[in-house]
Design a protein around this ligand. Structure first.
Ligand code: ADP
Ligand code: MG
Length: 696
């Protein structure tokens, strides 16, 4: 028997049950069963009284008393159930069995002190318990240990696979086959970190003697999950740094210097300078850069990107910058073209709607090296787009790009290009530590000078008129306004109708001004025309759906009104808010909601009004939505930890990360004898499954 053996060979299981358990719970091996952790524990030393019962769905409790009477009661078409009266000094209740045998019925002890155990239901003011466990032995009942309750289901118990089945079967493994559970952490590490051994941990996670024992076991098991997960990333990063060659960019030359000295429209912030230095240091080495650039909306990531591309150019390499939407790509193109206008450096834009003739030119110029900087959307990834020597690829707003797409970028050059991933959605600390630990991270944590923090206010629908008036006053001062409406797939038609109606209202209320519009149903040319109309200042008001969410840059816009703000997620709200506050004027974000808000929407709105700090917002967002949603569907599968909780276990994750870093520094290939078992376990558990095969 090994950990990989089928559970069918365990005592009391057999092929039938094994198959059923596999189908329902996905448990097939002994190891699966050992890591099928209890959902919670029940303190069997505690006895409840019928007179004091309260309604508590799903709570399993123990009572002490006597069964005074048992009867079969017919109901429905020839169906019968067994009903018993149970009493203690404080009252009586019914016990019910819907499935039973005659043998079982005869076994029920009458007028004897017994302990019963199960879930109580409240029906018509009376408590009852279905299918209670009965124990006549007081010692066994009051065993004093915490009894595990496994995440079972009705479906399972109907097939005779009860909670007790799991208790017995798992106990069986722990008692008779402890040698299967091999220690996978070195002694020195366990001692240093005060971690208990693996066998003890498994024993105490299933059958803790008390709360303290449970805590030790829980900590050890969580650590193990975090540690091996991080080890995967750590080794991958190590591998990248030592074996994935990159093109070194040793010089900073003409293109960079000429631009920096003559055309830089502002002084870089210290944070921008620092990040640029970090990138520069990476690029000098003959190792592929994989860097994540985090910086809140408006912190000036584009300039860092442009300057990096100029360095690539100085070293004879091409670069590309990709954005997730046409509008954004267009905007990057406009901004970068404008900045480079008098430098003689050529930039082109490639998106899905680029005309065939222009497309041909781009393909040609990329191949012969005439074009050094390409701005685009996913269209850049298409196989027909071939570069002469792509040296740097920049991805803006990375969470919208998938793993496969990033892999395509790697393949665009024989020696993979350096990769800079830019995101305005700060990633919570624990997630960054877990999921981006194969990337180096740079942070722009400082806003350009002269920015005033955006003032955010929450208003109810009934205050709409005063909000509209306020916006009008801002327009009179020369500012521009966004009105944003939700557009959500399920009710798209309705939302769309709603959007049009609101558009009419706004036209009416602001009849002396120009209003334009942006939504997902428009053709790209139409979007572009309307965007230009607003960006040029000809329109004072932009009515839009979330298509303007990322990146849109109109510094003169100072008010963002978000309608039905309760329907937006936190990071979405933060992104939207980032569309204002881009100039020197005081900016406002007004969140309009209905009167009735769910608890969660209230938290979102409150967080928005209390802070402008994207990192804080991302932490709250993760608490509300869970890490899977934050990482996006691409990676949500990887957050399937059994015990580790990415929201709550920050300390353990940090400890594991530091331990991994130290280990890799100390022995990068895990070759020392003391790491043998660790290495074996890692190879077996993780490498084979390649759970984190993400390419950055
Ligand atoms: P994001 O990080 O959100 O992509 P952008 O790169 O779009 O931010 O920059 C936001 C605005 O701030 C732009 O108008 C840009 O020109 C301006 N900006 C960037 N860096 C600075 C700076 N150091 N000083 C002043 N303005 C800056
Ligand atoms: Mg940007």
């Amino acid at each position: 028997m090994t950990l990989d053996s089928s559970i069918e060979f365990l005592k009391g299981v057999g092929p039938e049950r094994a198959k059923f358990i596999r189908n329902v719970l996905g448990i097939s091996t002994v190891e699966d069963l050992l890591t099928f952790y209890p959902l919670r524990y029940i303190d069997r030393s505690k006895i409840h009284r019928i007179g004091n019962l309260v309604e508590e769905p799903d709570a399993e409790i123990q009572l002490k008393g006597k069964i005074t009477d048992v009867q079969e009661i017919g109901y429905g078409k020839g169906k019968k159930r067994l009903v018993a009266k149970f009493r203690d000094e404080s009252g009586t209740m019914e016990l019910v069995w819907f499935r039973y045998s005659k043998w079982m019925k005869d076994q029920i002890p009458i007028n004897r002190d017994i302990f019963i155990f199960g879930k109580v239901n409240l029906f018509n003011g009376n408590f009852s318990m279905a299918h209670p466990e009965i124990e006549v032995d007081e010692k066994k009942a009051l065993s004093g240990t915490l009894l595990p309750i496994y995440p079972g289901s009705e479906k399972l118990s109907k097939r005779g696979i009860s909670n007790k089945f799991f208790q017995i079967t798992i106990m069986e493994i722990l008692r008779n086959l402890p040698s299967l559970i091999e220690e996978n952490l070195p002694d020195s590490m366990m001692k240093k970190l005060k971690l208990i051994g693996r066998i003890t941990a498994f024993y105490n996670i299933h059958f803790p003697k008390d709360l303290a024992h449970f805590e030790y076991a829980n900590r050890r098991i969580k650590f193990e999950e975090a540690f091996f997960f991080q080890l995967g990333y750590g080794l991958k990063k190590q591998h990248q740094k030592t074996s994935v060659v990159g093109n070194p960019f040793p010089v900073v030359g003409e293109n960079f210097n000429h631009f920096y000295e003559n055309f830089l429209p502002f002084e870089l912030t210290n944070a921008q300078k620092r990040v640029l230095k970090e990138i520069r240091t990476d690029l000098k080495k003959p190792i592929q850069m994989n860097r994540l650039l985090q910086g809140d909306v408006g912190s000036g990531k584009t300039m860092v990107a442009l300057l990096s591309m100029l360095i690539a150019m100085d070293n004879g390499f091409q670069s590309c910058i990709m954005a997730p939407t046409e509008i954004l790509a267009q905007q990057h193109f406009n901004g970068i073209s404008e900045l480079l206008e008098n430098t003689g450096i050529k930039v082109r834009l490639l998106t899905g709607s680029t005309k065939t003739s222009e497309r041909k030119t781009i393909h040609q110029e990329l191949l012969n090296g005439e074009l050094s900087i390409l701005v685009g959307t996913h269209a850049v990834l298409e196989d027909v787009v071939q570069f002469k020597n792509l040296g740097l690829a920049i991805i803006d707003e990375q969470h919208r790009f998938g793993v496969a797409q990033r892999a395509k970028l790697w393949a665009k050059n024989k020696i993979p290009p350096h990769i800079l991933v830019m995101t305005a959605t700060p990633i919570p600390r624990t997630l960054a530590m877990s999921f981006y630990s194969d990337l180096d991270v740079s942070v722009i944590d400082e806003m350009p000078v002269g920015r005033k923090p955006i003032i955010t206010a929450h208003r109810r629908d009934k205050d709409r008129l005063s909000v509209f008036r306020f916006a009008k006053e801002e327009i009179e001062k020369g500012r521009q306004i966004y009105f944003v409406y939700p557009l959500i797939e399920e009710s798209e038609t309705l939302d769309y109708k709603n959007l049009m109606e609101n558009f009419d209202h706004i036209l009416e209320f602001y009849s002396e001004y120009n209003v334009t519009m942006l939504h997902g149903r428009m053709r790209p040319e139409e979007k572009e025309t309307n965007m230009k109309y607003f960006a040029s200042g000809k329109a004072q008001i932009m009515v839009a759906t979330t298509v303007i969410e990322v990146g849109v840059n109109v510094p003169n816009a100072s008010v963002m009104v978000i309608e039905s703000a309760e329907r937006f997620g936190l990071s979405q709200l933060h992104q939207l808010r980032g569309r204002v506050g881009r100039g020197a004027e005081q900016s406002y974000c007004i969140l309009l909601t209905s009167d009735k808000l769910s608890k969660e929407s209230r938290t979102r709105i409150k967080t928005m009004t209390e802070t402008n700090d994207g990192f804080k917002i991302s932490e709250v967002d993760m608490q509300l939505r869970g890490p899977g949603d934050i990482l996006g569907t691409q990676q949500s599968g990887v957050v399937d930890f059994k015990k580790l909780n990415l929201v709550a276990d920050g300390n353990i994750i940090k400890l594991a990360k530091n331990t991994v870093d130290e280990l890799i520094l100390h022995d990068p290939h895990l070759q020392k004898p003391e790491y043998l078992s660790l290495r074996n376990y890692y190879v077996k558990q993780y490498k084979g499954k390649n759970k984190w095969g993400r390419i950055s």
